[in-house]
Design a protein around this ligand. Structure first.
Ligand code: UN1
Length: 511
């Protein structure tokens, strides 16, 4: 089936006029042609040309030129652009969500939630534009003052994944822009239209600011060759990359080879510990959304449930019922809980994990499989619940699918050890009504993840916190708190307002 994109935001893209309007460079179309398919029913969304490496080079230089002007615009004025972006995104929320649903297969509910993350981060970034504070530091020398300033970095390279095709760009872009940087963005090959939708909003917002430079944010489309071009480029001081561990390692090595900075947000293999004191009904609701939401394709998806042995049978029974009531189907329908996986390869990964879990002694409680009720040509699968004898090899891996592995524990120390025993360290949660257990889990000897929650699930973080994780998750932090510091360089300034030159550390150097 052919989908006619009647979405106003993208009405020009099929005429191949859209991108050039965004970047002002016709040659963006010289690259390879790429067919776009929707996971909703496997139908066509049209075609786009990828950007060539040569054009990417040109665009990076252009972005650097834009940076040289943009850095001089006062931060609160830069914030006015981001405020306008938020207003325009809010106005087009439904249309933007529709693009996400068609291209990435996210349910309309969650797609709207994703656009809301973008709007929220705009509000946060506008506030930040007046709060890029440095410290004043007491100097040990008389008539001296020390202070810190935060300056913009330059062109920020952004690489994003299909599963949050707008929000992750927004986390990076809205902050990077108020911080005085420009951006070159390589979206996922699976979600280029979402990137064009984001840029349509930015273009609309920029109409109110004709004095601002062209090329503040540029989209470059393509595969790993384009990612590599960003990673290697000396005009890009920071590359922020979201995706697989393998991609992150490639990027980090290339950026590291030139001593650039990288900000990585990679895999998660998130666990939830369910203790005997927990409110089980509350926990079931938290578990279900975390395990099944976004068809298990969030990096914060719950994949490992570690339940106290005394309540394991009850919890498994309750979860079985809840999972069986999940509505799999067309993500454009309001009532759908579980839309399609993104493509056939994702379905194969799901099937492979099920087979492997069986071999490793897993007992299927909810058996899953392709969904017959949903479209035959789409990539619809049902949720899977496995009771595992131990945290075996398959459980240690991140499979981007709605598969939940349940294991039991007898004492909390062991449960925390199991939770920390994987290579990834993004998100984690405990459900308990016992303050000692909660605090132990949050303590220095508790969860080793970037996100540790009490009585809420592992996914669905708000933008106000710093988002990211440890170990193979890559160590980067994006979005809230002081993540903005990643997008700036710190200058320490010492100012002497006296008539002497005293040296620090008491050194005498008189002559
Ligand atoms: C991701 O999957 O890459 O916490 C990001 C969450 C979302 C972001 C997920 N706010 O689940």
């Amino acid at each position: 089936m052919e989908h006619v994109l009647s979405l106003k935001l993208l009405e020009n893209y099929k005429k191949n006029a859209y991108c050039s309007a965004v970047v002002g460079i016709e040659s963006l179309y010289e690259g390879q042609e790429h067919a776009l398919l929707t996971p909703v029913d496997g139908g066509s969304l049209g075609k786009l040309h990828w950007t060539s490496v040569e054009t990417t080079e040109t665009l990076i230089k252009r972005s650097h030129e834009a940076f040289l002007q943009w850095r001089n615009v006062p931060a609160p004025i830069r914030g006015q652009l981001v405020r306008r972006v938020g207003e325009v995104a809010r106005k087009h929320k439904a249309e933007l969500a529709e693009i996400i649903t068609l291209e990435a297969g996210k349910t309309i509910q969650e797609a709207q939630g994703e656009v809301q993350e973008w709007i929220d981060v705009c509000e946060f970034a506008v506030g930040l534009s007046r709060q890029l504070y440095g410290l004043t530091i007491a100097s040990e020398r008389p008539e001296h003052r020390m202070m810190e300033q935060w300056h913009p970095l330059g062109v920020v390279g952004v690489i994003t994944a299909f599963n949050f095709p707008m929000a992750v760009w927004a986390w990076n872009a809205m902050l990077a822009l108020v911080c005085g940087n420009t951006l070159v963005w390589k979206p996922s090959e699976k979600a280029p239209l979402c990137a064009l939708g984001c840029h349509a909003i930015l273009q609309e917002a920029l109409k109110d600011f004709p004095e601002f430079p062209q090329g503040l944010s540029t989209v470059v489309m393509g595969g790993s060759d384009i990612g590599e071009a960003l990673a290697k480029h000396s005009l890009i001081p920071l590359v922020s990359a979201t995706g697989s561990v393998n991609m992150g390692k490639q990027v980090a090595q290339k950026v590291g080879a030139r001593l650039g900075r990288s900000l990585l947000e990679l895999s998660g293999n998130n666990a939830l510990i369910l203790t005997p004191s927990a409110d089980i009904e509350l926990a079931i609701r938290g578990i279900l959304f975390s395990a099944v939401g976004t068809s298990g394709q969030r990096c914060t998806t719950l994949r490992r449930l570690i339940v106290h042995e005394s309540i394991a049978d009850t919890v498994i029974e309750r979860l079985k019922g809840a999972m069986q009531s999940v509505r799999v189907g067309d993500p454009r329908k309001e009532e759908t809980h579980l839309g399609p996986l993104v493509d056939e390869a994702a379905v194969h990964a799901y099937e492979r994990a099920i087979e492997q879990a069986k071999k490793e002694g897993g007992e299927l409680v909810v058996s899953g499989g392709r969904s017959e009720t949903a479209s035959a040509s789409g990539f619809y699968v049902k949720p899977v619940l496995f009771k595992m004898p131990a945290q075996s090899a398959v459980v240690m891996e991140e499979t981007f699918a709605p598969i939940l592995y349940v294991m039991s524990y007898s004492n909390l120390e062991d449960a925390i050890e199991m939770q920390n025993a994987v290579k990834q360290g993004l998100s984690s949660a405990i459900f308990t009504n016992d303050v000692r257990e909660a605090e132990r889990f949050l303590s220095v000897s508790g969860s080793d993840c970037g996100i540790a929650n009490v009585n809420i699930g592992t996914s669905g973080a708000e933008i106000g916190g710093a988002f990211g994780g440890e170990k193979e998750t890559g160590g980067g932090r994006e979005s809230g708190s002081d993540a903005w510091k990643n997008y700036m360089r710190r200058a320490t300034n010492t100012i002497n307002y006296g008539a002497q030159i005293p040296l620090a550390q008491g050194i005498k150097f008189d002559f």
